[in-house]
Design a protein around this ligand. Structure first.
Ligand code: MSP
Length: 593
């Protein structure tokens, strides 16, 4: 038996270390570890959210994690429309000491608490239009089987050994902490109590015999992986942070608990006296969903993108890739990391009583409105602050006035009495500013608008690839402003359909504005699916014309036929987005958050 003391390994048994390290050649893993061709990888994509703890009801931070993943996944579907090429999983993390203790405190059996809170997450995600293809619960039999199989593989590869673990454990964060990460704070009785420096949650001293994973062997393979794939962890500062962590020794990791202490979990195969560490259990959910250990998982695994909050980076960027390498698999393809929401400048917490209920927000600001707010204002690199007035201001100015107003201006009966997509006149708006003849009306700013909207889909795609969804929305919003400027400049309401001089230009102004709106509607689908549907339906864009492959902005300008010219607009179904400052002002006053 070995003795391991808070992240310091004092001894080691068994397993040929050299042969394992040979196995961990990353060239081998990253090229085509599972026999999947790169073209399959490009078309397929598997997105995951973290699985959510069920100790308490969901809050807006949880919804934000899920929304980011949803927007990435929906954007991928716009690029590659076949449903069979995309998977998107979310779910609940139901085992471990944290849940066991929360259930005891609530006077419930752990399974009752899990059923109750898991149902709340499922309902929230349904209401928020999260388009997941799988919801996993770690208490399901399929998951228990996957975890136990994964454990067996690590064991067979000589990566688990038994040792005495002694150190601090934080049940709230479900993690071990070295002494340097622990501080003392006055507890409820005034005595100094040990707490985690990072989270402020209480820690307790643990000393027991556990199974230990040879994490220390993976420091160099992890460094090679990250140095060889600079986009593995995005945005870059998080990639850099992980490489910094890896500059230090990587201690072995305790991966089980005494069952007498932790009974709410998956037993170690062949040793009922031990329960598998909840993080190992939880991380394997990503494999369970794609059918692990059945062979089907192999075609999905190399396409995996994990979306996670910064607080769980170490688990996803160090423990998980090391466990995967240990089990003979490649690290995840991408790890996208986001920061946190605070509320009126403070961390959200039950004890501060400032937890924002996402369902109230969806109700108050509409589903699309709240989705838009979180994704437009949430910056992955930094924490963002939430307060209600900010939501109203943003939605009123960008969705109700700018976008809704633009649609209204181009489709209202008094300006567009025929209710169609008017024709584009190439002599009024020739393809090059130098060709503007006597009947030409287009000005330099109009060419700037066309060029901005033409490059918008690519810009947006690049921002999605860099996990900067707020920048994608900023770019769309800036083009909406530019288009409003275009309409304002040419004031179609002052032009006359009856005049042979005005009519072609009036039609052209409306045609260009409708084409811009078609691009905005298409690009907004991942963020505001219902609003985008309403917008595209009003423009008469059919369901098969809404992908990025079919977008082709302003084809007549580029000398191609336009399938929309002359087409009837869709039916008028009311305002695109309601103004909140009028309709809901009283709510904002009574609910500051
Ligand atoms: N159960 C683990 C994850 C296991 S994944 C194999 C867990 N659960 S959690 O419920 O605590 O957090 C789930 C997600 O919500 C994480 O990505 C976390 O960063 C995110 N958020 C929790 N609070 C948050 C904010 N205040 N703001 C934004 N996201 C936050 O960790």
């Amino acid at each position: 038996m070995l003795r391991i003391s808070a992240f310091r390994l004092l001894g080691r048994t068994g397993a040929s270390r050299l042969s394992l390290l040979e196995d961990f050649s990353l060239r081998h893993y990253s090229s085509d570890p599972l026999g999947v061709r790169d073209d399959t990888r490009d078309a397929r994509a598997y997105f995951t959210t973290p699985i959510f703890y069920v100790n308490a009801a969901p809050h807006i931070g949880h919804l934000y994690s899920a929304l980011l993943a949803d927007a990435l996944c929906r954007h991928h579907r716009l690029r590659v429309p076949s449903a069979a090429t995309t998977r998107f999983s979310t779910g609940t993390d139901e085992h471990g000491l944290k849940i066991q203790q929360a259930a005891a405190a609530a006077g419930l059996a752990p399974s009752e608490l899990c059923d109750r809170v898991s149902a709340q997450f499922q309902q929230l995600f349904r209401e928020a239009d999260i388009s997941s293809t799988d919801f996993i619960r770690t208490t399901e039999a399929r998951h228990r089987m996957a975890v136990q199989h994964f454990w067996g593989v690590l064991k067979a590869r000589g990566l688990l050994y038994k040792g005495l673990y002694e150190g601090w454990y934080c049940a709230s964060d479900e993690c071990f902490l070295p002494e340097a990460k622990v501080t003392r704070q006055p507890g409820p009785s005034g005595d100094l109590c040990p707490v985690s420096l990072e989270s402020g949650h209480p820690v307790s001293w643990t000393k027991e015999e556990n199974y230990i994973f040879r994490l220390s062997q993976f420091r160099e393979p992890l460094q090679r992986w990250l140095r060889g794939d600079p986009q593995a962890i995005t945005p870059e500062p998080f990639h850099h942070a992980v490489l910094q962590w890896l500059e230090e020794e990587l201690p072995d990791l305790s991966v089980s608990r005494r069952s007498s202490h932790l009974h709410w979990g998956i037993p170690v195969p062949g040793d009922d006296s031990q329960t598998i560490y909840v993080w190992l259990d939880a991380l394997v959910n990503y494999l369970t969903v794609i059918g692990y250990p059945n062979a089907e998982f192999k075609s999905w695994w190399p396409t995996t993108s994990h979306i996670i909050g910064k607080d769980i980076l170490k688990f996803h960027a160090i423990y998980w890739p090391a466990l995967l390498l240990g089990a003979g698999m490649s690290p995840p393809h991408r790890i996208y990391v986001h920061s946190h929401w605070t509320v009126c400048g403070q961390k959200m917490s039950k004890s501060l009583g400032n937890v924002v209920d996402p369902r109230t927000c969806l109700d108050r600001y509409t589903v699309d409105g709240f989705r838009y707010f979180l994704l437009r204002q949430g910056v992955p690199n930094w924490d963002c602050d939430y307060y209600g007035e900010k939501v109203v201001k943003l939605l009123d100015s960008e969705l109700a006035f700018a976008l809704g107003g633009l649609l209204n201006r181009c489709t209202a009966n008094r300006i567009n009495p025929s209710g169609t997509y008017p024709a584009f006149c190439t002599t009024c708006f020739p393809s090059e500013p130098g060709l503007v003849g006597p009947s030409g009306r287009a000005q330099a700013e109009d060419y700037a608008l066309v060029s901005a909207v033409a490059t918008l889909p690519k810009q947006v795609a690049d921002h999605y690839d860099n996990f900067q969804i707020y920048k994608a929305l900023e770019a769309v919003s800036s083009c909406v402003r530019q288009t409003n400027g275009f309409v304002q400049r040419h004031a179609p309401w002052k032009l006359n359909w009856e005049s042979p001089v005005d009519a072609p230009w009036l039609g052209t102004v409306l045609h260009v504005a409708l084409e811009c709106l078609r691009v905005f509607g298409t690009l907004l689908q991942p963020v505001t699916p219902s609003l985008a549907d309403k917008l595209l339906s009003r423009l008469g864009v059919s369901a098969t014309e809404r992908g990025l492959g079919e977008l082709h902005f302003l084809p007549r300008f580029y000398g191609h036929p336009c399938p929309f010219e002359g087409r009837r607009l869709g039916p008028e179904t009311g305002v695109l987005f309601p103004r909140l400052d009028q309709s809901r002002a009283w709510l904002v006053k009574t609910h500051k958050t």
